[in-house]
Design a protein around this ligand. Structure first.
Ligand code: PXP
Length: 237
């Protein structure tokens, strides 16, 4: 079965809107776990509009499932991650002012940088996943720089899902086979939702984990957090 990691950034966005501590991020993380999520993901961005840097130690203390911190590995981010030692760190090449992550790494061009960053994270026994588009050369490059897993950027899949899902799924299947064959674990994330998740998971082999934020938190406005997590877990079976 594929694990569900709930990205709680959008909860932090709501909290930040009023400047106080409601909804409480740690409580939400613990409730996601209680309701069946197998992991919690956060993506601290430089402007801290979502999760803040000082949320991380509190979450690290309370999260009992897999804790995944994702982001662009600048110096501040790397310090945060190596000081808090999550189970997994997902490296994302997003610009500081990006609305959301919108492409994977060029693992060839950034070979030396990624190698160095991954070595620092491995020193702390942190598993490293890197955000990747469906391009064979970048997947092979991910292996070369020492990544443990790749996370497929599924934005393009979600965009094409209602137009031609049979076609858009093909590169993900091919790249998943390649990644598996060369010993990389496979995660996936971005714009996955209750419409497109099951088709992705039932066609793309060996997906270990999906991280889902925007749609899941939005769905919980209608269905409640407990029911929503059950609905997503059902899609993953
Ligand atoms: N994976 C990465 C690397 C991301 O940056 C994000 C968004 O923060 C997600 C997954 C989750 O995407 P969504 O919020 O669309 O579910």
């Amino acid at each position: 079965m594929t694990n569900l990691s709930v990205n709680i950034n959008k909860v932090a966005l709501i909290r930040n809107a009023r400047g106080g501590d409601f909804p409480n991020l740690v409580q939400i993380a613990k409730d996601c776990e209680k309701f069946g999520a197998q992991g919690i993901t956060v993506h601290p961005r430089p402007d801290e509009r979502h999760v803040r840097y000082n949320d991380i130690p509190l979450l690290k203390k309370e999260v009992t499932t897999e804790f995944n911190i994702e982001g662009n590995p600048n110096k501040k981010f790397l310090n945060l991650v190596t000081q808090n030692c999550p189970h997994q760190c997902t490296l994302v090449p997003d610009a500081p002012d990006a609305l959301t992550s919108n492409s994977g790494w060029d693992t060839i061009k950034n070979k030396h940088f990624l190698k160095d960053v991954i070595a620092q994270l491995h020193e702390k026994n942190i598993r490293v996943s890197i955000f990747i588009d469906t391009e064979a050369k970048n997947i092979e490059g991910a292996k070369e720089v020492g990544a443990d897993r790749i996370e497929f950027y599924t934005g393009p899949y979600a965009e094409q899902f209602f137009i031609n899902k049979q076609e858009i799924i093909k590169p993900y299947i091919e790249c998943a086979k390649l990644a598996h064959n060369i010993g990389l674990g496979i995660n996936a994330g971005h714009d996955l939702n209750l419409d497109n998740l099951h088709f992705f998971i039932s066609n793309v082999p060996n997906v270990l984990e999906v991280s889902i934020g925007h749609a899941l938190i939005s769905d919980s406005l209608y269905y409640g957090l407990h029911n929503t997590i059950q609905l997503y877990l059902r899609q993953l079976k």
